[in-house]
Design a protein around this ligand. Structure first.
Ligand code: NAP
Length: 307
């Protein structure tokens, strides 16, 4: 029977991809992990991970990635820095178009994660890198004693705003409702933080300034009232979107573009699995991503032994 170059290709190197790599390398599969930038994914820019078991004091996102990467390298996982442009899943041996060549494989695990959603308001693109940011650990230290706006009410907005208060003298959290989506522990911490002020029921309509961000315009969606807030930076944390564009018309995606899988993490195509934030899941955490990955590799192993 015709076989691909690899038993398994893992696309993406966040916690799901790395864990899939760990399991596959330990299972002695002929496996390669393709990562576009550097392994780690969104966790790399997370200041503190407090809900991953085994680290009672919490652990820095970058440090956790470093530990997982070390563990994976111990089992000699082949990691390649390359971009997956497209996939052809029409035959049993699947083709993956990389930036510079095509590779073939019997199974694939899609672990490409998700990226921050943009607000698409005036000023967001123009001031990107000049006060507009999606990453507190990257840009927070530039705002010592400054005033910042953080937009969103989920775990990311609240957790990262708390981190920003290490540097900034004030952080406005601007949320479109009057209740946060973030977990209760984070909420309690944010409410107790004197540097954080909430602006409820409000959306940011534009980000303005001359060379750098100087102010934002806000609209209260209940009263219709508009006002301007003087800020030196504006962090946007209004959710995530899946990195699944390269899959177009190959596997079933939900209406937001997340990959639909069954309980074995199998997509609509036999031998193709998804794990972590890129899949349709009720919970997006490191713990759930690594669990998905273990299931996906086990499913891939069954499939490989069957064919
Ligand atoms: P999220 O949970 O989807 O929250 C997005 C927030 O942005 C929501 O509060 C939402 O408001 C708001 N929003 C969405 N679109 C908006 C718009 N156009 N204008 C203004 N506000 C808008 O996204 P996330 O916080 O990035 O988290 C992503 C996933 O990662 C979640 O599953 C989260 O639990 C997980 N995560 C977990 C941790 C942790 O465990 N410590 C840390 C970070 C992330 P509404 O509430 O009104 O919808």
């Amino acid at each position: 029977m015709k076989k691909g170059d690899y038993d398994l290709v893992i696309i993406g190197g966040g916690p799901a991809g790395l864990t899939a790599g760990l399991y596959a390398a330990r299972a002695r599969l002929n496996v390669i992990m393709i990562e576009k930038v550097v392994p780690g994914g969104q966790v790399l820019v997370t200041d503190l991970v407090e809900n991953y078991p085994g680290f009672p004091e919490g652990i820095g996102g970058a440090e956790l990635v470093q530990k997982i990467t070390e563990q994976v390298k111990k089992f000699e996982l082949n990691i390649e820095n390359n971009e997956v442009v497209s996939v052809d899943l029409s035959e049993q041996v699947k083709k993956i178009q990389l930036g510079d060549r095509i590779i073939t494989t019997d199974t694939i695990i899609i672990a490409t994660g998700a990226s921050p959603t943009k607000l698409n308001i005036p000023g967001e693109d123009n001031f990107y890198g000049k006060g507009v940011s999606f990453c507190a650990t990257c840009d927070g230290p530039f705002f010592k004693d400054r005033i910042l706006a953080a937009i969103g009410g989920g775990d990311t907005a609240v957790q990262e705003s708390i981190f920003l208060t290490r540097f900034a003298k004030k952080v406005y959290i601007i949320h479109r409702r009057d209740q946060l989506r973030a977990n209760k522990t984070l909420q309690e911490r944010a409410f107790a933080n004197e540097k954080i002020e909430f602006v409820w029921d409000s959306v940011v309509t534009s980000i303005e300034g001359s060379s750098d961000v100087e102010k934002i315009s806000i609209k209260n969606i209940k009263t219709g009232e508009t006002k301007q807030l003087g800020v030196d930076g504006c962090f946007v944390w209004v959710g995530i979107q899946p990195n699944t564009d390269f899959l177009k018309d190959t596997v079933a995606l939900d209406e937001l573009g997340f990959v639909i899988v069954d309980k074995n993490m199998q997509t609509s195509v036999s031998g193709v699995y998804a794990a972590g934030d890129a899949r349709d899941t009720p919970l997006r955490q490191i713990t759930t991503a690594v669990g998905d990955a273990a299931i996906a590799v086990s499913s891939a192993e069954h499939y490989i032994s069957k064919i």
